[in-house]
Each structure stands twice: as structure tokens, then as C-alpha cells.
Design a binder for this molecule. Structure first.
Ligand code: COA
Length: 709
């Protein structure tokens, strides 16, 4: 649908940095949005031209008003639309003809209330003229460096180095005000609304090139195209942090596979953010706190965090928090301890946290911080301060700042926490103004440091390479799928699903389909006893429930009895079930049960799941997801991050399971579901039995649900 052939980012310049703005629907009536936008542009001291457009006014807030956009003689970069929904399509055409480039639609009443058609027509019309649309249903765009409040939010945000992109307009307004009370600075606020044309990915791409933006902060409800978001974020040179709202399970009710029912939005988004190199926030406070750190400090590139404190209590709280947030403390090496000992009384402690005691004055802080910053063992520093009568909070703040400067170190992060009263608050403000994130609780200063660590970790993960496997027989897999479709089915039988798995190199148990009792005996002898026997019917997905499974069948008589019983049970379960026969399967020796699976997620496409099988998946839902393709490092992380990971590592005297083979299988599975994305909507390998190191694994049961065509 998109037809603009013009340079996309140039057009976005005219939305985020326009040289001239028309406000279509500008109003002389205070309280109206069309009035507020003009007033805001004036009050923010916007330096470009402002053209109010309204057929029934000649002047608005001292500016000449034009009856229509065509009447304006000069060029117009951006038009901000504040007229009712039904007028917007006509205005789009007029703006297009006038040569407007950025079309900023504040108006509500489109896709968000079900009128997708009108919204699409507007985008189509705009794009036809090479115009790009921001919105509709937005608050507008605010920029401190551009001195531009092209919105109906009350004022420009507290000035700083971050940019906030929000899918909720109301929240953007609230955060605008909160930026002052929280002391977290933003250069730009972008309300993105319905994302009819310009989406989050486009905005990130532009902000990545913007030299006033040092950190991109996102409030996300959902993406239209999750993969383009991942691609853009991967290329970004700046930290991106996202708060995802709306994490209730979606699509779970209709899911036909285990994986489908476990694929909640939260889990998939969480994985996608990690794979995109994006840091996550847990709530609004956390988004602010982490944004502050990410916009002011470099990432934490190692594990050695040092805490300097004048209070034991806050030191302990910070130590607990460090462990909780995944950056546990270790003792500083001897030389560091020996040197730090010189900057504290005898009763201080130079371990970690370094307690320079309540007696500490500015000089001790300065010496300790300067030394610690410069020492190669220290990767990052958290400085804690409790307001005391023997020290001056402001002097300490200036001392910390001076020490950081004197250390000459620019690539190590520092965060600070002051616990105290007004003087402490003022000193923290000063620190933030001087580039050092400061927080009112030790826990928060540690969490901010954890964000800097998370940024380094997720960025390192971007270096992971995709693994390509040889020996894939795609044609064979497609043939099996085509045959099932020709049979009028939208799911594969276990035997077929396993053949597809085998075509992608997955280790499956030996299986043969028996149509008759005699054939069953013959095949059981070929495989060797004991065997497993299962009904094969596209109409019976839950074979055990139907009494369609017999395990540990030990001899010919057993096979004959099992054959009769399974057939009888299956017919009793579903009289008209189409029964292909009974699969005779090798009885795989016991191993640790795991589940592998996939869903074709509406936002991110083929997405892979892994977890422990049996009760772990049924009851504890101990599973993890990745958007495909899954690199081998990511597969290893998946295995390590489930709660049941110690079981695979060899808990309670058990031998470790073959996690290398498991990681390889996860990668192969991920390649399969990506390669067959047009065919497979959901799949499970459940259970997969994982054996001791070196002995691999076996897929015992398989399910593939096809995409409806
Ligand atoms: N060209 C220029 N001006 C036009 C016009 C046109 N084609 N059609 C109407 N106008 C003028 C109107 O005459 C009016 O000016 P006036 O005050 O001088 O009469 C002005 O545009 C606004 O139109 P009006 O009909 O008074 O609408 P409104 O101000 O009550 O509401 C919106 C308009 C856009 C604010 C409203 O439809 C809306 O969408 N509100 C929600 C916005 C929102 O919350 N967005 C963010 C969600 S997070």
C-alpha cells in the first residue's frame, strides 16, 4: 500500500524537526485542542513559521490565520491536524497538494474505534503525495532542542538526553509532567498512537540518527510487525529501553498445541526484546529510573561492581539488591582493599561494600571514588550516602563528580543513592545535572546499574551467529504436508509429524505404521521388544485420553492384544474417527522429559518454545521462548534460564544431561519452523527424552498443526 518513493528519514525530519508548521483546525477558543497546539508552539518559542488554518478566523493568538492550507504562500513542512475525524481525509488531500511532508494527526476516531477503512484511506492518500502520517489519535510531538511543543501536552518535558516514544497519549502527557518531579530529562516526546503509517520501528530508526537523543525509551502496547522492530533495534547505536503493557495471554484459548496455550504475550515480548538488544523495564517508575541511567552513563561491561558507602545499612540493602538484579557482589582484590583502607578509619571495611563509615567527609569519598574508578578490577561503581551531621550532601556530590572527572575514566558507569532530606534531594538534582544518575534508594541505584549491565549483555548477544544445518530435506517435508492437505486435513498425524522432524535432522524414535495385527507383530520384531503402540488418527489428537496408547509391550501376544484394545478404545472414543493404523515405535529408554514447540505468533512470526516436560510444563509452565531463528548461544541460554535448569545440569547426584545435543536440536527445530513458516502454525515435540552427556536425545511424540489455507 505504501507508495512513497521519497527518502523516508528526510520525511521524518519534517515531523520531528519541521521548519514550518500548519495547525489545521487551529481555534481561537481557549480550551480547544486546536487552540492549545498553537499556544504551545508559541510558548515553547518555536522558531519556525506557524500557520493557523481555520476558515472562520482571521487571527489566532496574534498569528495570521488562513482559511485553508492552499492560501499559505510559504512552504509547509508539517501539518498538525486538530479537526474532527470526518474532515481529515479531505484535509489530507489538500495538504498533499500543498506539498506538506509530515502529517501529524491528533484527531481520534479511527482504527482505535474500529474505523480502519478511513485510517487506511488517509495513509494511502498521504503516501500518494509522498507524505508520511504520524498518528492518528496522538498528543503530538515535543522537542526541547527544537523548541517545539507541537502537541496538546502542557509544556516541554524536563530537558535531558532521552527520547520517549509512547503508544498511549494520556500516559505521555502524564510522563511529561512527571519528568520534572522525577528529574528525568527528555529531549523529545513522541506520541505514536495508532501507528497507521509511521510506527515504532520508523521512529527508532530516526531517533538513532538524532544527535540530541542518547537513549530511546518506549512505552509499548503492541507492534504491528515485531520482526521489523527487532531488525531496527539490532542496528541501533543507542540504548533502547521498553516497558511493555498488556501482557495477558493472547490467543491461548484457541491454541491446539501445548506451545500455543503457553505462548503468552509477556513471554514472547520479553524474549523478543532480549533478541533485539533492548533493555526492559518492569513498570513506569522503573522505566524512568533506568532511562536516567541509560541516557547518562556507559554500559556496565563486566561483573565487578564496587559499592562505596558511609552507612552499613544501605550497604547491606544494596548488596541484597545487587544479587536480586543479577549483579552479585564479590570481594575486591587485596590491592584494592589495601589502598581503600587508607581512605577510612580503622573501623571501616574495604571489602565490598566499601564502608568508609558515618564519619566520612567529602575527602574520603573523593579519594575512594577516584581510586576505584581508575582501578582495572572495578567495572562499575555505586556510591551510597546517608545524610549525616558531619558531612555536607552538596559537597559530597561535587566531590564525587570531581573524583570521576579526575579519574579520567569515561567508559565505566557510576550511579549514586542519597538517603536523606531536602539537602540530599538538592544534591541529587545537582548530580543528575552533571551527568551522574542519583536515586533516593540504594535499591534503585543498583537497579539502574543492573540496567546498564543488561544493556551490555543484550548487546553482546547480538553478536550471536545463526547456525545453518546441512542435510535438510525441505522437499520431503513439504510433500508430507501437501499429502495431508490433499487428504483434507489441517494437522499431521504423529507419524507424519515425525517424518517432517526427521527431514530437518531431529532425532526421532523409530516408528512404523501397522495397518493390521500381523503387520504390527512383524514391525515390532523388526524394531525389537519392548515397543510402544499408539493409534494414528487425525481425529484423535489426545491419544492417551482415548485409550489409544500402550507402552512397554513385551512380546507378540502383547502386540496382538494391544492392537485389538487400541482399535476398540479408539472407536469407542470417536465412532467415525478415520484411523490410519497403529504406529509401532521403539520404546525409548528413560531420559529427562523436555518439550520443544513453536507458535506462529501474530506479531513476531515463528517463535520457539523450550521447557521441561511432564508436570513442569503442565503445572508450572516452566517454559521459555525465542523468536526464530534461535542461535546456538540463545539455545544454550534457553536451557539455562528455565527454573528446572538444575535438573538438566545434573541435580541430586544425577548425571548431567546432554545439553549440547539439546541446544543443537533447539536450533534445528527453530530452523524447521522458520523454514516452514508458511505451512506450520503450531507444533510440539513432547516429550523429548534427553540422555546423559554424549548420548543425545529422542523425540518420542510429535504434533504439527498446519496453517489454514
Ligand atoms: N479546516 C480548518 N479548520 C476546520 C476544518 C477544516 N476543514 N473543519 C473544522 N475546522 C475547525 C473548526 O471550525 C474548529 O474551529 P473553531 O473553534 O474556530 O470553530 C476547529 O477546527 C476544531 O473543530 P471542532 O469541530 O470544534 O472540534 P473539536 O475541537 O471539538 O474536536 C478534535 C476536534 C480533533 C480535538 C476531536 O475530534 C478529537 O479527536 N479529540 C480527541 C483528541 C485526542 O485526545 N487525541 C489523543 C488521544 S491520546
Amino acid at each position: 500500500m505504501r507508495r512513497n518513493k521519497v527518502d523516508k528519514s528526510k520525511i521524518l525530519d519534517s515531523i520531528f524537526q519541521p521548519k514550518s508548521i500548519a495547525v489545521v483546525g487551529a481555534s481561537a477558543t481557549p480550551g480547544k485542542i486546536g487552540y492549545t497546539v498553537v499556544k504551545n508552539l508559541i510558548e515553547s518559542k518555536y522558531e519556525g513559521k506557524v500557520y493557523p488554518i481555520n476558515p472562520s478566523a482571521t487571527e489566532i493568538l496574534g498569528l495570521k490565520c488562513y482559511p485553508s492550507i492552499e492560501e499559505v504562500a510559504g512552504e509547509i513542512d508539517a501539518a498538525v491536524i486538530t479537526t474532527p475525524a470526518k474532515t481529515v481525509l479531505g484535509i489530507t488531500e489538500q495538504c498533499g497538494k500543498k506539498g506538506v511532508k509530515g502529517f501529524i494527526v491528533i484527531t481520534s476516531g479511527f482504527g482505535e474505534v474500529g474505523d480502519h477503512e478511513l485510517e487506511e484511506q488517509i495513509v494511502e492518500t498521504a503516501n500518494r503525495f509522498g507524505m508520511r502520517v504520524l498518528g492518528p489519535n496522538i498528543v503530538g510531538v515535543l522537542s526541547n532542542s527544537g523548541k517545539m511543543n507541537a502537541s496538546f501536552a502542557p509544556f516541554l518535558p524536563f530537558n535531558g538526553k532521552a527520547a520517549l516514544v509512547s503508544q498511549s497519549g494520556a500516559l505521555l502527557i502524564a510522563l511529561d509532567a512527571a519528568s520534572y518531579t522525577r528529574g528525568v530529562g527528555f529531549d523529545k516526546l513522541v506520541s505514536i498512537g495508532n501507528m497507521s503509517d509511521i510506527d515504532i520501528a520508523d521512529t527508532i530508526e530516526w531517533l538513532n540518527k538524532d544527535d540530541q537523543t542518547f537513549c530511546i525509551s518506549l512505552y509499548v502496547e503492541g507492534f504491528k510487525n515485531g520482526r521489523s522492530f527487532i531488525d531496527v533495534c539490532k542496528k541501533a547505536q543507542k540504548p533502547i529501553i521498553a516497558l511493555k503493557a498488556g501482557v495477558s495471554a493472547h490467543g491461548a484459548a484457541a491454541a491446539a498445541s501445548h506451545t500455543g496455550s503457553l505462548a503468552g504475550a509477556a513471554k514472547i515480548y520479553g524474549s523478543a526484546f532480549q533478541q533485539a538488544g533492548v533493555v526492559q523495564a518492569t513498570d513506569l517508575d522503573n522505566l524512568f529510573d533506568r532511562t536516567l541511567a541509560l541516557s547518562l552513563q556507559p554500559s556496565l561491561r563486566g561483573e565487578h561492581l564496587l559499592i562505596i558507602t558511609n552507612g552499613g545499612g544501605v550497604g547491606v540493602l544494596a548488596t541484597d539488591a545487587a544479587e536480586r538484579y543479577g549483579i552479585p557482589l564479590t570481594f575486591a582484590p587485596e590491592d584494592v582493599q589495601a589502598e581503600l583502607k587508607k581512605h577510612m578509619p580503622d573501623f571501616g571495611s574495604a571489602k565490598n561494600p566499601v564502608d568508609i563509615t558515618g564519619q566520612a567527609g567529602t575527602e574520603w569519598y573523593v579519594d575512594a571514588v577516584r581510586y576505584a574508578m581508575a582501578h582495572p578490577w572495578v567495572d562499575g561503581l555505586v556510591v551510597l550516602y546517608c545524610e549525616t551531621a558531619v558531612s555536607n550532601p552538596q559537597e559530597i556530590a561535587e566531590g564525587i563528580h570531581q573524583a570521576v572527572l579526575e579519574s579520567g575514566i569515561k567508559d565505566k558507569p557510576i550511579t549514586v543513592s542519597y538517603v536523606g532530606g531536602e539537602k540530599s534531594d538538592n544534591a541529587m538534582k545537582w548530580l543528575v545535572e552533571h551527568g551522574i544518575p542519583a536515586y533516593a534508594a540504594p535499591d534503585t541505584a543498583i537497579n539502574a546499574m543492573a540496567a546498564l549491565r543488561e544493556y551490555a549483555r543484550v548487546q553482546e548477544m547480538l553478536n550471536d551467529k545463526e547456525v545453518i544445518y546441512d542435510g535438510v530435506d525441505r522437499e520431503k517435508a513439504l510433500k508430507i504436508i501437501a499429502d495431508a492437505r490433499a487428504d483434507g486435513r489441517d494437522s499431521l498425524t504423529e507419524v507424519e509429524a515425525k517424518q517432517v522432524f526427521a527431514a530437518y535432522g531431529l532425532p526421532i524414535t523409530q516408528n512404523y505404521l501397522a495397518k493390521t495385527e500381523d503387520q504390527a507383530v512383524e514391525l515390532a520384531q523388526k524394531i525389537g521388544y519392548p515397543v510402544v503402540m499408539k493409534v494414528v488418527s487425525p481425529d484423535i489428537l489426545h491419544k492417551s485420553d482415548a485409550g489409544g496408547v500402550k507402552v512397554n509391550v513385551k512380546d507378540e501376544q502383547g502386540v496382538r492384544e494391544a492392537f485389538k484394545t487400541i482399535m476398540a478404545n479408539s472407536k469407542a472414543y470417536k465412532a467415525n474417527a478415520n484411523i490410519h493404523g497403529i504406529v509401532i515405535q521403539e520404546m525409548a529408554p528413560w531420559g529427562t522429559e523436555v518439550i520443544l514447540g513453536s507458535v506462529n505468533d501474530a506479531t513476531f512470526g515463528p517463535t520457539m518454545m523450550f521447557g521441561l516436560g511432564g508436570i513442569f510444563v503442565e503445572v508450572l509452565k516452566d517454559v521459555t521462548f525465542r523468536v526464530t531463528p534461535v542461535s546456538s548461544n540463545q539455545a544454550t541460554r534457553m536451557i539455562g534460564e528455565i527454573r528446572g535448569a538444575p535438573i538438566l545440569a545434573g541435580a541430586r547426584g544425577e548425571k548431567p544431561r546432554d545439553r549440547d545435543a539439546l541446544a543443537k536440536t533447539i536450533c534445528q527445530y527453530s530452523n524447521m519452523v522458520l523454514d516452514l513458516a508458511d505451512e506450520i502454525t503450531e507444533s510440539d515435540a513432547n516429550p523429548v527424552l534427553v540422555y546423559e552427556n554424549g548420548q543425545g536425545l529422542k523425540v518420542v511424540d510429535a504434533r504439527i498443526i498446519l496453517k489454514k489455507k
